[in-house]
Design a protein around this ligand. Sequence first.
Ligand code: ZN
Length: 323
Amino acid sequence: MTVMTQGLHHVTAIAGAPQRNINFYITGLGLRLVKKTVNFDDPGTYHLYYGDEAGRPGSLITFFPWRGIQQGRVGAGQSTSTAFSVPAGSLGWWTEHFAALGAESRITSESSSEERLLVSDPDGLQIELVASSVTDPRDPWDSASVPAEYAIRGQHSSVLTVRHPEQTIALLTNDLGLTIVDESAGRTRLAAGDGSAGTIVDVIGSSLAPDGLGAGGTVHHIAFRVPDHATQQAWREELVGKGHQVTGILDRQYFTSIYFREPGGVLFEIATDTPGFDIDEPLLELGRSLKLPPWLEPSREQIEHSVAQITLPEENNPALGAA
Ligand code: ZN
């Protein structure tokens, strides 16, 4: 293997009504909407990107909000939980914060090295906040709804639930360059690079979980980082050479992407760090207006007419008076 990922790039999931998705991720989780665009393969539907101030790779969760989508089923063959990194000692604050918003949350792990708080988003997507004993040095988005001392630092990890974990683990190690860093209680933890938050994948083998059904409240795919287009191209050739069915390189405007399915059924993407979200609007204005790629710009009027009207909470703008 000549190419390896530096860690997670983003997770993309399926939601229902876009406004309640916006309210939960901006006001509830304190993330910033860094891009309001449409699903390039289905331009009547939004594609909403949330992350840190600039939408850096490793901070991102994105959604296709399909109005009236049926409820999916979380289960085998899926990424079953998406975890974000928060500071040690912050979970008490988060529990009260979610309760005030009417969202139930519960502590699922209280080990001395890692506490986890599970909350469902309004569509039933499983989100976890992980407070690790290892400090996460990444800067949080300075949101009015979540004080910086408690705020999300970025992605922590994704949990994959599969029937035959050894096949998924073999692909993650042989073809993506992750290494096994821990094995306990039916969970194998793999990580890229230094193993810090944002580089971690937990694989769970389950014969009892139901088959996952991809629809509302489920993860569509998880994406891994590659630095640039040339490396991505080389990596694609390597994966094809190993017999993987890999898509061509697709232009996602803010990065380019290739996709393939791992043996357990989870759709993987490999996405570039470049060019990033400030390619078509300034950092201070990220998320404010509907952005379309050049090839959809001629259809703007029709697209604006077909997508739902949504309102951004005030806190998506940089704090008043901030430098
Ligand atoms: Zn993606």
